[in-house]
Write a protein that binds this ligand. Structure first.
Ligand code: CO
Length: 210
């Protein structure tokens, strides 16, 4: 059997199990998408949003990219964000990074890697802003992990700079923004940044006609 065939087989078994547990399982899911959370995570295969949070299909709206970035010109991210905030009315947006992130590691090197350079540039910018602090760390692993944390914080702040979030804060008092870091070593999530509408937006980035 090919490895991909195993996926299809496992899928059949999973669907069957769900129906055995609850005959109306899929019927219910088809008619209901009311997730309370938007998850912006890394594409890394070891950080599956639902599994590590013990949530079921229907509970988290998910967007993943390399190094969980919130880039203000990324139509994909912005479309997901707008839909989640304005149509699904999510109450929380979670940016989740993870220690040992390959994207962050790559951004700290001087290797050219082709088109991905453009994406990693966004992480390099965070690296530059916090360069002095990061350099004070003792070894490479600690430096990488500190940039992982600072990058998550920066991406949460980037969310607050979007007109989508600012508009929702003014008119609906939501969503709350969260920055979490996942540790591959023990499977635990660490909250490191939290923003509510009351925190407001950096005046430079604030729109006053929303
Ligand atoms: Co990663």
């Amino acid at each position: 059997m090919h490895s991909f065939e195993k996926l299809l087989l496992e899928n059949k078994a999973w669907a069957q199990e769900k129906v055995e547990e609850n005959p109306h399982y899929f019927e219910k899911l088809v008619n209901l998408q009311t997730p309370e959370f938007l998850w912006i995570g890394c594409s890394d295969s070891r950080v599956p949003a639902n599994e590590i949070t013990g949530t079921n299909p229907g509970e988290i709206f998910v967007h993943r990219n390399i190094a969980n970035m919130v880039v203000h010109t990324d139509l994909n991210l912005l479309s997901v964000l707008q839909y989640a905030v304005e149509v699904l009315n999510v109450r929380h947006v979670i940016v989740c990074g993870h220690y040992g992130c390959g994207g962050v590691k790559a951004a700290m090197t001087n290797h050219s890697m082709g088109i991905i350079n453009k994406w990693l540039r966004n992480i390099k910018d965070v690296y530059r802003i916090h360069y002095d602090e990061i350099q004070q760390k003792e070894n490479e692993e600690e430096r990488t992990n500190r940039l992982v944390e600072l990058n998550v914080i920066e991406q949460v702040v980037n969310l607050s700079k979007t007109s989508i979030i600012q508009k929702a804060w003014i008119h609906h008092g939501r969503p709350h923004l969260h920055g979490w870091v996942y540790a591959l070593a023990d499977g635990l999530l660490k909250p490191i940044k939290y923003m509510t509408p009351e925190d407001g937006v950096d005046p430079i980035y604030r729109y006053d006609n929303l």
